[in-house]
Design a protein around this ligand. Structure first.
Ligand code: ZN
Ligand code: ZN
Length: 348
């Protein structure tokens, strides 16, 4: 089969490699679509998370072409998407139910250790229907199904923020995670949502997805704009948003996110940063803020598929580009250009 191999920073080349072999607990999926994740860009630029030789790609959908003898409930011809993370089930984090924080699993996950889905075929190990493999209803098409993974990240972030109908929520950075978090906050009943980005295209889709107010960070200082909307924070410092979700990965905006959050408010960090951002740490203390990271998902895939099938959240508007596997370098270049792209997919 053809597959894109990560050779080192900024080098992805398409080679012919051996087809994956199906073990008794595995399925082989013919990949329909596979999205480029923000974390893939960190890998592509700096070689983070993956070693040379890796086939990347963990946001995928496709059709089962082979199912192992012990696989139950998933058959050849089923359209599926799959949780790429492999978990051990025995470490302290798995045993307390936080399987996404498994202390040993990631090294053996699809696209991290195991070959990923920037390829014609991908093997999914240890298949459990409704667990790591989800059979898709006809109403969820392949490109949308390849967005279930980032939508699950967004739903997990929105759940950790736990919005009330009286809450003003700010989402900073409207890339695939931020913009999907806007829809998930809306579905969860958040009161008022403010979206911040520098791209007019992203701001427009955020409004379609339920953002009540959008702020273009190129035209206005985000903290100033949020302060104007929410009022000045305690002791005249910062603003007073109830919930802030930082999804931009811009170091200076993490500091602003802390200042935007009201006393006893919630900041959820959904981005990754290059280097170590300087932050106004004393504000966290004085405001007794709740600050937490939000990483991946635990059990949200099925819920996302139900929301998509019911039309309560959308996938199609964020897919701005689709490239052939042979053009994967161009696909990554396009995903890096935030002015023109939101989610770029590769369709092998
Ligand atoms: Zn992802
Ligand atoms: Zn574990």
């Amino acid at each position: 089969m053809k597959a894109a191999i990560f050779e080192g920073p900024e080098t992805l080349t398409v080679h012919t490699v051996a087809d994956p072999e199906c073990g008794p607990d595995d399925i082989i999926v013919k990949v329909a679509d596979c999205g480029i994740c923000g974390s893939d860009l960190h890998s592509y630029i700096e070689g983070a998370f993956v070693a040379p030789g890796q086939i990347m790609g963990h946001e995928f959908s496709g059709t089962v072409i082979e199912a192992g003898s012990r696989v139950e409930g998933v058959v050849v011809g089923d359209r599926v998407t799959a949780v790429p993370l492999t978990v051990c089930g025995r470490c302290p984090r798995c045993l307390e139910g936080s399987t996404h924080l498994c202390e040993v699993g990631l090294a053996e996950s699809v696209a991290y250790g195991l070959p990923g889905a920037f390829a014609e075929y991908v093997r999914v190990p240890n298949v459990v229907r409704g667990g790591n493999v989800h059979v898709l209803p006809a109403s969820v098409d392949d490109p949308s199904a390849a967005l279930v993974e980032p939508l699950a990240v967004a739903l997990h972030a929105a759940k950790l923020a736990d919005p009330l109908p009286t809450d003003t929520c700010v989402v900073i950075g409207l890339g695939s995670i931020g913009i999907n978090t806007v829809q998930m906050l809306k579905v969860m009943g958040a009161g008022r949502i403010i979206g911040i980005d520098v791209s007019p295209t992203r701001l427009e889709i955020a409004r379609q997805f339920g953002a009540d107010i959008t702020i273009n960070g190129r035209e206005r200082d985000p903290l100033e704009a949020v302060t104007e909307i929410t009022g000045v924070g305690a002791y005249g410092v910062g603003a007073r948003a109830d919930i802030v979700i930082e999804a931009s990965g811009v170091p200076a905006l993490l500091g602003q996110a802390i200042s935007m959050t009201r006393a006893a408010g919630k900041l959820r960090i959904a981005a990754l940063y290059e280097g170590e951002p300087p932050i106004p740490a004393n504000q966290i203390v004085q405001k007794e803020m709740s600050v937490s990271g939000t990483f991946a998902y635990k059990g949200e895939f099925g819920q996302v598929i139900e929301l998509l099938a019911a039309g309560r959240v959308q996938a199609a508007p964020v897919i701005t580009h689709t490239f052939a596997l042979d053009d994967i370098e161009q696909a990554f270049r396009t995903q890096l250009d935030k002015d023109i792209s939101i989610k770029v997919q590769v369709a092998p």
